[in-house]
Structure formats: C-alpha cells, structure tokens
Design a protein around this ligand. Structure first.
Ligand SMILES: [Fe+2]
Length: 586
C-alpha cells in the first residue's frame, strides 16, 4: 500500500568517483568563471585536503579567492557571520563547502547571509526564502554520515542560549555534490564508526517513519545494505578506498531518503543529548537507535523485518516457500495446503524484526572493539550522575523529529531509554574475518599529468603512433576494413588527428589538413588519450563522466574493436621506441 501523498525531487547533481576531485572541469564548466569562497575547517587544512581540493579547482574556471577555515565541530552563529563577511568582502559569487556536517551547514547558512544580509537568527525557520535565489553551492563531504550534501536542512548552535537553531530551505540543496572517497580516507576509525552509525540511523528512521514513501524506501534499504557490508571494514581498514566509497554512497542515499521522509525519535533524543551533554551526534544515534527500534517494534513489525533482511539477517518463511514450490510445479492444485503455515511465517517475521535490533546492538559492540567507540553514556562523557535527565527529556520531547516517529513518543519511554544507556555495562565484541570481509585489492592506476608538453610533441608521438597502426600486420588490415572516418579532437595540448579509412588506403591527417566531414568526432584531453591507448580506461564510463564527448554515428566505432587489443600492446612499446619510456603507465 502506498501513502496518500508523497513528493520526491533531487535538484542536486551528485558525482562520485575515486579521485574525481581531479577531474571537475566538465562538471563545473557551465558555471563560467567564478570567484569562490571555500568553507572548511583547520583540521582539513592540516591534513592537506584543502590543498588537494584547491588543486582540483585550479584546472577549472572557478577561482578560489577566499578560504574560511575556522569552522568548529559544532558551528555557531558567530562562525556563520564571520564566514559570510569574508565571502562578501571578497565579492565571492560561488560557495564551496568542504568538510563534515558542521562545515556544510555553515556554507548553507552563510549563503543566505551573503545574498540577503542580516543576522543568522533573522533567517532561522523553515522555507522563509520563497523564490530568492542564492549563490551556486558545491558541497564536498569528508565524512560519511550526515548526508548534509543532499539535504535541505542545517543546524547552527547558539552557545549563548544553549540551543541549536534549525534551518530548512529548498535552496540549501547544492547545485553539485562531489563524492570522492579519497577525501574520506584520513577520517579516524572512531569518527568513521560514529558518522557511519548516523547514516544507518537516517536510513532506518527514513524507512519506518510516518512520512515514508516508495522512493525513500528504495534508497534507505540500499543504504542499509551498503552499511552492512562496508562500515566495519572502513573502520578496520581505513585505507580501503572501496569501503570508504561505499560508505560515502550509503551516507548520500540515506541523506536523500531522510530528506524526504524525515527522521524520528532516535534523532529527537540524540539532539537532546547533544544539546544538553554535548554527546557527539553520531555516537548518540548509535546508542539510542536499538532502544528506539525496540520501542517502535510493534508499530512497524513488517518494516523492521525488511530491515533485518537488508542487514542480511534472513529468516525462513516455510509457508510461503511451500506455497511457491507447489504453485509453480505440476502440483499447483495443492498450493492452498500451505496456508496453515502462514501463522508460522508471521512468527518468523517477528523474530526477524527482533533480530534487526540484535544486529544493531552487536554492530555497536563490534565498532567499539575496532575503534574504541563508547557503549554507554558514562564513557561518552556524562559525569554528573545524569543530573540533567529532566532537561534531556524535556528537550527531546520538544524536538521536531518526534512528530515523525511511527509510535507516539512517551516522556517516560525517553527517560527510561536515557537511563538505560547511562547504566548499561555492555562490553565490546571482537570481530571475525567474516564480519570484515576480505578487502578487495584495489590497484590504483598510476595517473600521469601533462604527458605531452606541447602540440608539436603530441603530433610527433600520437600522430606517429597512428601511422604505426596503419602498417602493423595485426592492425592495418582490420583498420582498413573498418571503412570509417573518425576525428579525434584533443585538449591540453590542442591537436586534431583524423583517421580516414574510407578509401583504398588508410589516411592519417594532422590538424586542418583534413577538410572533409568525419563520421564520428571524439573529444578528450591528451592525457586521457595516453591512458586510453594503454587500455587503462573504460570508454563507456568515460562517456558518462564526460571525459570523452562523441558526436556522430558513435556505434559505428564498434568496427574498431578488433584493433584495440593489439594497439594497447603496441602503444607502450612504441613510446619506448620514441624515447618516452618514462611515460609508460605501470
Ligand atoms: Fe543525523
């Protein structure tokens, strides 16, 4: 059954790729020349990530003219105002946020001040901007958890009044979200665990909340599957860039999901624990999540059973299995005989739903073993014997997230959950090899930059290589048989090579020497062509990434397939022959 009404939209373009920060040119080209304000924090300056991102943008028309690097772990009104003042003083017309949730939220709210002026408090609230257009915004997460790069919310602290100011604006959805797993590699294991549990909480709350929709369901369940497979691995093997990438994708999917269906009581309580006791958001969620799942269980039994399946905790359904077995066999008339087993199926579904809670508890214990993450509120920093319990309960009960919880949150339940988490003595649990799954060996392709210093060198090398293809005994024949005319247009350095195989003999033309009409034109960077002839790139994905643009009857180029393998073998040899052995990709 579907909800009566739902909405779904994602105006943000999301690009993902290992090292994608180095090839932004096409993704940002249509913004034209801009003066950008980069918003980040001091740690990211120290770890060198800010320099890497600046180097990535240096190859585009976006000029980073100002860097605000003073965002604290919980951004404040003052932070946002200082940040916006810098952007205005430098006449910035684009904002780039690089960091965790606090940095990205700062970039979002600073954008309002840069365009509309005024104070932060003046703009607090939901959907006050109307049709106001803000500056283009690019968000680059360096943690995998908040999903802030795809949400229309931001939270800024008001330390003078001990409250967090919530903002929600459609204009917060950035124009571009850049997901590069390389940028999350330096995130310490404990933070990886806590932010990852924030993402899992987003996905689970989005799936069970009152505002669920089929669109957010799909995203939430896939996020849960990715977290199941990769969170422990990303913590135990921080350099496993595949695990990092999967977590970044999971965080983004969960972010889109909860941006539509909202979060619930877990967030209500953890916002309060953050506000009153400064417990980190991800950690508070990790601890509160299984308690609230338990509280909600009966109101969403089937949905928690689905979550168990997504977590890989499968339980048998003997009734359904027997019915299917009979229905799709010659004995189909006997299928109704399986019906009495339906009660058994329901019993197993309940067991599965309960298992989803046990799974999350066990995951917390394993994360504690791998990363030292706290398992109770005493270790998490509450040292006053829970003196402010009443304040936590009242703050939680007044939190907007409570509205979306599937079961009415009761004051007493909130109190009991916080007390339980304070008193618990649960211990870390060692992980097994099976929990971590073997890391996939990821060989990083060596990246070469500016292989050809000028057009002349390019023509000498690549033009010479094409001439060699013509006369190679394995390649020349199939090339002639292709009867194809393809023009390659290169950038950095600029050059044009045309192969015309339509006549008796294959002709290679340099630059403007070819005056006809090619059947297919392919444009790319010279460095890309260099990697291509090593057989190191996937052309289909290069087309998706706009590393190559193709014009004309592209399927016709399939006729060139027979020459590719021998050409890949020939190119490194040829480079050595022409004195460029140092440019051969290893
Ligand atoms: Fe969260």
């Amino acid at each position: 059954m579907l909800p009566d009404y739902f909405e779904f939209s994602l105006p943000t373009r999301v690009i993902y790729g290992i090292g994608v920060i180095n090839s932004l040119h096409d993704a940002v080209a249509h913004y034209g020349p801009r003066r950008a304000l980069l918003v980040t924090d001091a740690v990211l300056v120290q770890t060198g990530l800010v320099e890497r991102v600046k180097a990535g943008f240096a190859r585009t028309a976006i000029d980073i003219v100002a860097v605000y690097d003073q965002v604290p772990p919980n951004s404040t009104i003052r932070t946002v105002e200082d940040c916006a003042a810098l952007g205005r003083a430098q006449h910035c017309d684009l904002i780039i946020g690089l960091g965790g949730g606090s940095v990205l939220d700062t970039a979002k709210v600073a954008n309002i001040l840069m365009v509309k002026g005024g104070s932060v408090a003046e703009h607090m609230g939901a959907y006050l901007l109307g049709q106001t257009r803000l500056l283009p915004l690019f968000l680059i997460p360096t943690t995998a958890g908040t999903g802030s790069e795809v949400t229309k919310v931001a939270v800024i602290a008001d330390p003078d009044h001990d409250v967090k100011l919530p903002f929600a604006e459609t204009q917060f959805l950035p124009d571009l979200a850049i997901l590069d797993p390389e940028l999350t590699r330096s995130l310490p294991p404990k933070l990886t665990a806590m932010t990852g549990m924030d993402a899992l909480t987003h996905a689970i709350e989005a799936y069970v909340d009152k505002e669920w929709s089929p669109a957010s369901d799909g995203l939430a369940l896939q996020a849960i599957r990715l977290i199941r497979d990769y969170l422990l691995r990303a913590c135990a093997q921080p350099n496993d860039v595949q695990a990092r990438g999967a977590m970044l994708a999971a965080s983004c999917l969960a972010g889109i999901a909860f941006s539509h269906s909202m979060v619930g009581m877990v967030h209500g309580i953890s916002h309060a624990l953050g506000g009153v006791y400064h417990i980190p958001h991800g950690l508070a969620n990790a601890l509160v999540l299984p308690e609230v799942m338990d509280y909600n269980l009966d109101s969403r039994l089937d949905r928690y059973a689905d979550i168990a399946e997504a977590l890989g905790v499968a339980f048998p359904r003997p009734g359904a299995a027997l019915e299917n077995l009979l229905r799709y066999s010659p004995l189909r008339f006997a299928a109704p005989l399986a019906r009495p087993l339906a009660g058994l199926d329901r019993w197993f579904r309940r067991k599965a739903a309960q298992a989803s809670i046990a799974y999350v508890r066990r995951l917390n214990q394993q994360l504690a073993h791998v990363t030292g993450m706290s398992l109770n509120l005493r270790d998490a920093g509450i040292q006053d014997g829970l003196d402010k319990l009443d304040q936590v309960v009242e703050t939680a009960m007044a939190d907007g997230a409570m509205l979306y919880n599937p079961r009415e949150p009761e004051r007493e339940a909130v109190r009991r959950i916080v007390q339980t988490l304070y008193a618990t003595t649960v211990k870390p649990l060692p992980t097994s090899a099976a929990d971590l799954r073997p890391a996939v060996a990821t060989t990083q392709v060596q990246e070469l930059r500016d292989v050809f210093p000028d057009t002349e060198t390019f023509y000498r090398v690549m033009g010479g290589f094409f001439e060699r293809l013509k006369i190679d005994p394995q390649i020349g024949g199939p090339l002639r048989d292709s009867q194809l005319c393809v023009q390659f247009q290169y950038a950095q350095p600029t050059a044009v090579l045309t192969i015309d195989a339509r006549g008796e003999e294959v002709q290679i033309y340099q630059g403007a020497a070819f005056t006809g009409e090619p059947e297919v034109t392919m444009s790319m960077n010279a460095d890309f062509a260099h990697a291509f002839w090593h057989g190191r790139v996937n052309l289909v994905s290069a087309l998706t990434r706009r590393q190559v643009t193709a014009k004309g009857n592209v399927p016709k180029t399939l006729r060139l397939l027979p020459i590719l393998k021998p050409a890949y073998a020939l190119y490194p040899q040829y480079l050595a022959e022409v004195g460029m052995a140092d440019k051969v990709m290893r």
